[in-house]
Design a binder for this molecule. Structure first.
Ligand SMILES: [Zn+2]
Length: 164
């Protein structure tokens, strides 16, 4: 008997805390616009179907976005708590097959999820147009030596870009 027959783990997770987790890792110093990177954003209500998914409006470019916009977590039919659990199981070194069993999901679905999660919980989705530009910004922030390309080069340029 699979563990999922005994306990429905995802049903025990708190949606509010899952979204808070994403916000904390994505924007440790407060929400930023995924389009223009401005921190001048205001809260703009919540998602119609997901009451804990915060929406924002950017004062700089007038863009609208929410907690998951531009991440691998956006646009998927799995609830956020299933993604969080999937990530947790990955940390326990469970195989895709075991994770699929635990979550009651299709093996091929789980394979896609784990592949995307390996690049980070809130890494940019491959389809996002600004991907390259945004990653360069993150590398500079991590290196902490904006304007000192030698220092940045020494750091290898990839550390931290997609970790969480
Ligand atoms: Zn903006």
């Amino acid at each position: 008997m699979a563990a999922s027959d005994l306990i429905n783990l995802s049903g025990l997770l708190d949606d509010a805390k899952c979204f808070a987790l994403v916000r904390q890792h994505r924007w440790p110093e407060g929400a930023r616009c995924p389009v223009c990177d401005s921190s001048a954003v205001t809260r703009d209500g919540h998602d119609d179907t997901q009451p804990y998914r915060q929406r924002y409006r950017c004062k700089a470019c007038a863009g609208r976005f929410d907690d998951l916009t531009g991440t691998v977590l956006a646009g998927h039919h799995q609830p956020l708590r299933v993604w969080v659990l999937c990530l947790y199981f990955m940390g326990l070194n469970l195989s895709n097959r075991q994770i699929a069993l635990e979550l009651g999901l299709d093996g091929s679905d789980v394979q896609i999820m784990t592949e995307q999660l390996r690049s980070g919980l809130v890494a940019k989705a491959p389809a996002v147009e600004l991907k390259g530009e945004v990653e360069i910004d993150e590398v500079y922030v991590v290196a902490g030596h904006k304007g000192q390309p030698d220092e940045v080069a020494k750091r290898g340029g990839s550390d931290g870009a997609a970790s969480w």
